[in-house]
Ligand binder design. Sequence first.
Ligand code: B16
Ligand code: MG
Length: 220
Amino acid sequence: MNPSKTIQAIIFDLDGVLTDTALYHFRAWKALADKLGVSFTEQDNEQLKGVDRLNSLRWIAEKGGLVLSADEEDRLMAQKNAHYLQLIQHMNQADLYPGVQPLFAAIKAKGWKIGLASASKNAAFVVDRLGVAADFDFVADANQVKNSKPDPEVFLLAAAGLEVAPGHCIGVEDAVAGIEAICAAGMRPVGIGEPALLAQASLVVPHIASLSIAQLQALA
Ligand code: B16
Ligand code: MG
């Protein structure tokens, strides 16, 4: 076996991969966009998956032709986040996507590490609510990085925290920006969702429940 190709860690995105928070992000952004008089559809929301809070707000403002001051940006981001937190406060272990627990168990049985690389500042809260905090060997999120996906920073931070070279990692993402980040980090990309949308990924499955350990092993 070529040691340069062995897999030592799987690094997961959170929103849209392990749980369906994307819907709550959409509802909170939609409510804010309505207030600002900007039309915002589910298709628009696809563009914001994996994009951090500030850049998401800027995308919506630009769509509406609005110019926001730094103070307005702070106020609107706080409003959106308060609404989002209200929407996710009821989350619990039942919100973990089916298939995550058996996949984590299979990854551990292989001796591979498990990491998280999320663009969300609420990642630790969500992971805790899902009851999987103890499964991660390292959690990297938006509180620890300067550059948002598609920049590779959060995936590289996760790999460093896991003490695994990026070339030995597989990244799993549902967002176009996330797949770009994984590629830029020099990791093997697995997409969750539409193959046409995530064309840069080496493998795309419709849902995490359909991702097997054999498929991950085959990427080595
Ligand atoms: P927050 P991920 C991303 O998380 C979401 O996909 C994206 O829609 C959201 O805007 C971003 O987190 C920021 O989230 O406002 O909670 O900091 O998919 O990278 O886990
Ligand atoms: Mg995501």
